[in-house]
Design a protein around this ligand. Structure first.
Ligand code: CAO
Length: 428
């Protein structure tokens, strides 16, 4: 069976997390992703947060599956020549350098467009055009500037960042959609275009419901926020909402049996209106079904704290999985708080390829997150990340068509470095 993006060649000039997330997805869909890394050093994450000495970090391996790696010093004249050849051969250039870095390499949009009018140039930047466009940005800066941090956490505490990498991986996802959209448009126009995904914009897109609430505030208090029931006035901006649900069905995180010793013995419980009767029966409060203080969603809004406290007395008598079983049996939406340990060991996630075990020549076996998007006609096999420069010769000769003498000349110029030992051993 073929792959959706078979035949698409990506010049992957990305590093750290945001860009590599995007190109990894494209590789999983079948694109040939050629990662260009600094000669001798490679993507900085190869060495960051290392758990095993001398071995590519999990940070790197988990973001760079199914790619080929070529080392190239783009500041060396011969290296620049090779880069230009890659631009001519590829369909998409993806980069997430600091603002201006690509221009400083002499690769302005105008120049790239002249070299290859079909090429799509896709960039992640911290901010879009405006006062901050020249700033370098990392994950948590984007979470703060995109409105997520100010609306995350508890009302009486400081703003909080989330564990989900919505600034980096979230923006990588946005960029990937931009790229396939531009490829689709290119089928009609024959022309490449620029694709920009700014991290601030990506986070704001994911925090869209909080901008919704900002505008609703003008018309009165946000009744589904628990501070309403507690009689605490709202300020001028969307407040932090603790574990309140961001939608129209109130929810909260409740303790389950064992919470005193297990930090993840909790469940998210949603009091969805259509199953209110079932909730009342389960928790032993059948009278709430007809009591005017509890019978309708509006009547319940000022009493949410008391309601969730009462439900919690029931959830605390069972494990989170027992609560889930009882609630799902009558269609009440609940979500167990799963630890990363539980997720790593969950057989159903292994069965679907969402959690995958991969073998690596220098690291051995490790777990990774596979492709979360499943296509029925484009199966995804997760292949280990490349060693630094593992495919340099292969790309020079097979993709760019350099002769053996030309490859030797490029190597002699210092534009590329020899592949890592492990890569040589594998190739032999
Ligand atoms: N050969 C030679 N030089 C190379 C090279 C190569 N193969 N690849 C990159 N370089 C050079 C660049 O030309 C640039 O040099 P100059 O500054 O002299 O022009 C330099 O390496 C480093 O690029 P950088 O500024 O992107 O790297 P940094 O570590 O200083 O900044 C980061 C990192 C992430 C803050 C910045 O890249 C950034 O803001 N990116 C955009 C937003 C983003 O993606 N942030 C998320 C990062 S986490 O996912």
């Amino acid at each position: 069976m073929g792959k959706a993006l078979e035949g698409v060649k990506i010049l992957d000039f990305t590093h750290v997390q945001s860009g590599p997330t995007c190109t990894q997805l494209l590789a999983w869909f079948g694109a040939d992703v050629i990662k260009v890394e600094k000669a001798g050093e490679g993507d900085v994450t190869r060495q960051q947060l290392r758990d095993i000495d001398g071995v590519d970090s999990l940070y790197f391996t988990m973001l760079n599956h199914n790619k080929r790696s070529i080392t190239l010093d783009t500041k060396n004249p011969k290296g620049k020549e090779v880069l230009i050849e890659l631009i001519k051969h590829c369909d998409v250039l993806v980069e997430n350098f600091a603002p201006g870095a690509l221009d400083r390499m002499g690769l302005t949009w105008e120049h790239i467009h002249k070299l290859n009018p079909r090429m799509i140039v896709a960039s992640v930047k911290g901010f879009g055009p405006g006062p901050y466009e020249d700033c370098k940005v990392y994950e948590n800066i984007a979470q703060c500037a995109g409105g997520s941090a100010s609306t995350t956490g508890f009302r009486d505490g400081p703003p909080l960042v989330t564990g989900a990498q919505i600034g980096d991986s979230g923006t990588g996802l946005h960029l990937a959609l931009g790229i396939v959209t531009a490829l689709y448009q290119r089928m009609r126009t024959g022309r490449g275009q620029r694709v920009l995904a700014a991290m601030q914009d990506g986070v704001l897109n994911l925090a869209r419901v909080k901008l919704r609430d900002q505008q609703r505030l003008k018309h009165g208090p946000l009744k589904e926020y628990s501070q309403y029931g507690e009689g605490i006035p709202f300020g001028e901006a969307t407040p932090r909402a603790g574990n309140d649900s961001g939608g129209g069905q109130p929810g909260w995180i409740l303790k389950c049996k064992g919470w005193e010793t297990d930090p993840d013995s909790y469940i998210y419980f949603i009091t969805q209106a259509p199953v209110w009767g079932e909730i009342c029966d389960l928790i032993g409060k059948p009278e709430w079904k007809t009591d005017p203080d509890y019978a309708t969603p509006n009547a319940r809004l000022p009493r949410l704290k008391h309601i969730f406290h009462t439900i919690e007395q029931w959830t605390m008598t069972m494990t989170k999985f027992e609560v889930m079983e009882k609630c799902n049996a009558v269609d009440i939406p609940v979500g167990p708080i799963l630890s990363m340990k539980e997720i790593a060991e969950e057989p159903s996630l292994r069965a679907t390829g969402t959690v995958v075990e991969v073998d690596h020549p220098t690291r051995g076996k490790y777990l990774t997150v596979g492709n979360p998007i499943k296509l029925s006609d484009s199966p995804c096999e997760v292949k280990r990340s490349p060693l630094l420069g593992e495919h340099t010769e292969e790309v020079l000769s097979k993709v760019l068509g350099y002769s053996a003498a030309e490859v030797a000349e490029i190597k002699g110029s210092g534009a590329v470095t020899p592949p890592e030992k492990g890569a040589r051993a594998e190739a032999a």
